[in-house]
Design a protein around this ligand. Structure first.
Ligand SMILES: Cc1cc2nc3c(=O)[nH]c(=O)nc-3n(C[C@H](O)[C@H](O)[C@H](O)COP(=O)(O)OP(=O)(O)OC[C@H]3O[C@@H](n4cnc5c(N)ncnc54)[C@H](O)[C@@H]3O)c2cc1C
Length: 473
């Protein structure tokens, strides 16, 4: 009997947890290969952060990496100083540092390796640059950065979050400027800022907040401008975590945006008369939001993207109150200024200052500010046709993957099996994580990804059994 090989590309949360579920299955007629750069192996981008002030945006009690052991992270953290001193019920409601979550993932991985000693696991600390389908062998050839290659039967794309897309401006040569940072998660973007007067952050979400905290840590004393089309104020986690259950029974198929808007409006008005904010109403839909998204028509999804996406983002992606208070204080003393506008141009001048021109939506006129640095905080790019990842570019050009209709990720079926550009679904080539945003909408945070990783591992194990029985017969 020939062994089958599964190659997982990317060892952030999604790839790592898929590998763990394959390892614990103890299936011996299987080779598991994990290919990912060493610097953020196990942690991915989110949990490899440079600052202790970058906190999880989900409470400890909901961040277990195993869907069937909801208290796994809580139990791990409750053994660590100083968290062991805190009552466990309270600890479950804490927003812990993301760096610590990275340590949790690393230790979980190490403990799986120790317990199972998987002799069928191979780790390659490299980047995959290309994949070629070998039709006569029904295998994939994986090319890695040092031009070596190997063959595999199954591929899992877990390449995760991309860099933000460069904004559309008149002077695109500006992006070569050393004071422009496309990657807002790298430490360099907030360093050497003591003597700078002002910095522009493009975007106004959780990444903007991370960068503000990073700049503060590096003694930046000047003005931070945050420019975004809506200038929405980021919200804190205000309610007490008690779920609101009264709306769910009304959310039955068939779904349409107008029906959903009216149900949401009714329930938000209802809770507000008791002084309760809208967040528990918004949060209550999370358990079925993927189902709703999949059943909405394309037109309704487009309506959502055009009219409700930003509001939804503000309602869903909130800040721990302690961080929220810091941001409020910075706004009160004008160190942080939120501008509602559309970026038009970025130009460098001889003074080494950067002129930022934008359409001022409040005053309805073109306006400008001067800054010393620009950091792109618009969030990960989802349009694979403009990916920064050479692997994704190659796969897209070869037609091995295609965009979903809304350009939020790639087209797959519900198991994450990828549709090629000839519209054939491929049961040996899978994706998970944020690449599935177009298919599932909510496909970003640990509570969704841990389920995806487990289900995908299970699905592949079942498929491999079928493959092997075909081989035997
Ligand atoms: C800044 C930030 C903070 C977040 N905070 C939270 C939070 O508090 N709670 C929460 O639930 N979610 C949070 N998220 C959501 C986050 O997306 C998920 O929790 C999770 O980390 C995503 O894991 P992933 O493995 O899918 O992607 P990633 O973490 O991005 O990992 C992808 C991995 O693939 C590797 N890779 C990419 N291309 C290749 C290639 N060609 N070859 C080989 N390897 C490759 C990368 O190096 C990386 O290690 C946050 C996201 C970000 C960006």
């Amino acid at each position: 009997m020939s062994k089958k090989t599964i190659t997982i590309i990317g060892a952030g949360f999604s790839g790592l947890m898929t590998a763990i579920h394959l390892i614990v299955s103890k299936k011996q007629d299987l080779e598991i290969v994990v290919v990912s750069p060493q610097e953020c192996f196990t942690k991915g981008m989110a949990y490899n952060t440079y600052s202790k002030h970058h906190l999880l945006n989900v409470v400890v009690g909901k961040m277990s990496c195993f869907p069937d052991e909801p208290e796994h992270f809580l139990n791990w953290l409750s053994q660590k100083e100083p968290y062991k001193k805190l009552d466990k019920n309270l600890l479950a409601t804490v927003f812990a540092p993301r760096e610590l979550y990275g340590t949790y993932l690393h230790e979980t991985w190490q403990s799986v390796l120790q317990s199972y000693n998987p002799t069928n696991l191979k780790i390659i600390y490299q980047k995959v640059t290309d994949i070629t389908y070998l039709s006569e062998r029904q295998q994939y050839q994986i090319e890695i950065s040092d031009k070596q290659h190997f063959n595999t039967d199954y591929v899992v794309l877990a390449t995760g979050n991309e860099l933000p897309k460069n904004p559309t401006i008149i002077n695109s040569s500006f992006f070569q400027n050393p004071e422009y940072f496309q990657n807002p998660w790298m430490k360099k973007s907030v360093e050497n800022v003591e003597n700078l007067e002002s910095i522009l952050l493009i975007g106004n979400g959780l990444t903007m907040v991370d960068v503000v905290l990073g700049l503060q840590e590096n003694n930046f004393q000047g003005i931070i401008y945050s420019l975004s089309p809506n200038g929405f104020q980021i919200l804190p986690h205000r309610h007490n975590g008690v779920p609101y259950l009264q709306m769910l029974p009304e959310l039955s198929a068939p779904y349409s945006m107008s029906k959903l808007f009216s149900i949401f409006r009714k329930h938000i008005t209802f809770v507000r008369q008791f002084g309760i904010s809208a967040e528990p109403v918004i949060d209550s839909v999370r358990s079925i939001s993927q189902k709703i998204w999949q059943e909405l028509s394309l037109l309704d999804k487009q309506v959502f993207m055009r009219h409700a996406r930003h509001l939804w983002g503000v309602a869903r992606h909130r800040l721990p109150t302690y961080i929220y208070d810091k941001i409020q204080e910075l706004q009160r003393n004008q160190h942080l200024q939120i501008i509602k506008g559309k970026l038009l141009n970025l130009e460098e001048h001889a003074s080494q200052k950067i002129k930022v021109s934008y359409w001022d939506r409040k005053n309805k006129k073109e306006n400008y500010i001067w800054v010393n640095r620009v950091i792109n905080c618009t969030g990960p790019n989802t349009d694979i046709s403009q990916s920064n990842n050479p692997l994704i570019q190659n796969l897209y050009q070869k037609g091995l993957i295609q965009s979903d209709d809304l350009k939020l990720g790639i087209q797959t079926n519900i198991y994450g099996a990828i549709y090629q550009q000839d519209n054939e679904v491929n049961h040996r080539f899978f994706a998970l994580g944020s690449l599935l945003k177009g298919m599932l909408w909510e496909s970003t945070a640990v509570p969704e990804l841990r389920v995806q990783a487990k289900n995908l591992a299970q699905f592949m194990l079942e498929n491999i059994d079928k493959d092997l029985s075909n081989y035997d017969s």
